[in-house]
Design a protein around this ligand. Structure first.
Ligand code: F6R
Length: 261
């Protein structure tokens, strides 16, 4: 795992945009896994800015898969994660909506939604690059504490903490759906490159548990320690509880110029 301590969310956005663009340039038909929530927004805005400036890669052949989706929102609800990713990123990049995927929260199909999503990811050739955030409780996608480390995409129940954390998108925690469909931890581990972004002091404990704690279902994000290519980008506020911060900074400063993230 590479831990990259950067000064600000803006600096992280530039590095993440570089990583995403490199993946798309290397493979124009890249399959990107996308997180929603607040954390990746500066990176998505940076990608849009570069696209509009004409310096970005072609997005025509790119396919995307969201990490997760709320269950029980009315069709077309603006806080659905599919609507969110289109609004915040893929529409502005000109991606055909048919290439932008999320788990299907339609109630009638819920028992098979996970299996169908796994099949769609497999049919696309698997995820090349997966963007991730982290919950204040260490959740990864919507795999809450106690989730199987081998789990596939399936329905999960959000914790009270996560519903409170996400109340800002809805008005109150009560309005945040209790159920979600989420890529499993096993699904996420199959992506070829994981890029986790954490910003703000509220993420400091979760980052320390994920990076320096034991690999455990009590901190689902700790599974990044098992992945052969995981990059964790943290701002100055989210590094506060890391014991080996000096070493990570030293490693990053001495990074060979030929070595990409
Ligand atoms: C969103 C997701 C979640 C968020 C996490 C952090 O698709 O899978 O795991 O990444 O809850 O959310 P923010 O970025 O809003 O703090």
């Amino acid at each position: 795992m590479e831990l990259v301590p950067l000064g600000s969310a803006e600096e992280i956005a530039v590095v993440v945009a570089d990583i995403v663009e490199r993946a798309v340039r290397q493979r124009p038909a890249a399959v990107l896994g996308l997180a929603t929530g607040s954390t990746p927004l500066p990176a998505y805005q940076e990608l849009i800015r570069r696209h509009r400036a004409g310096t970005g890669p072609s997005w025509d052949e790119v396919t995307t898969f969201n990490l997760d989706e709320y269950v029980g929102l009315p069709a077309g609800h603006e806080q659905s994660y599919l609507a969110t990713i289109r609004r915040e990123l893929t529409d502005a990049l000109g991606l055909d909506p048919a290439r932008v995927h999320g788990p299907d929260p339609d109630e009638a199909g819920l028992p098979t939604a996970g299996e169908r999503y796994e099949a769609a990811i497999t049919a696309a050739g698997g995820v090349d690059l997966q963007i991730l955030g982290i919950g204040t409780n260490g959740h990864l996608a919507f795999n809450e504490q106690g989730s199987s480390l081998a789990s596939p995409t399936r329905i999960k129940t959000l914790t009270v903490q996560t519903r409170q954390d996400n109340a800002r998108f809805f008005g109150s925690a009560r309005e945040v759906p209790q159920h979600v469909l989420t890529q499993g931890i096993g699904t996420i581990l199959r992506a070829r490159h994981l890029v986790l972004i954490a910003t703000g002091v509220g993420k400091a404990d979760a980052v320390a548990a994920a990076v320096e704690g034991p690999v455990s279902a009590s901190c689902p994000a700790s599974v990044l320690q098992l992945h052969p290519h995981a990059t964790v980008l943290v701002d100055g506020a989210a590094v506060g509880r890391l014991r080996r911060l000096d070493y990570y900074a030293e490693v990053y400063a001495a990074k060979p110029h030929w070595q990409a993230h």
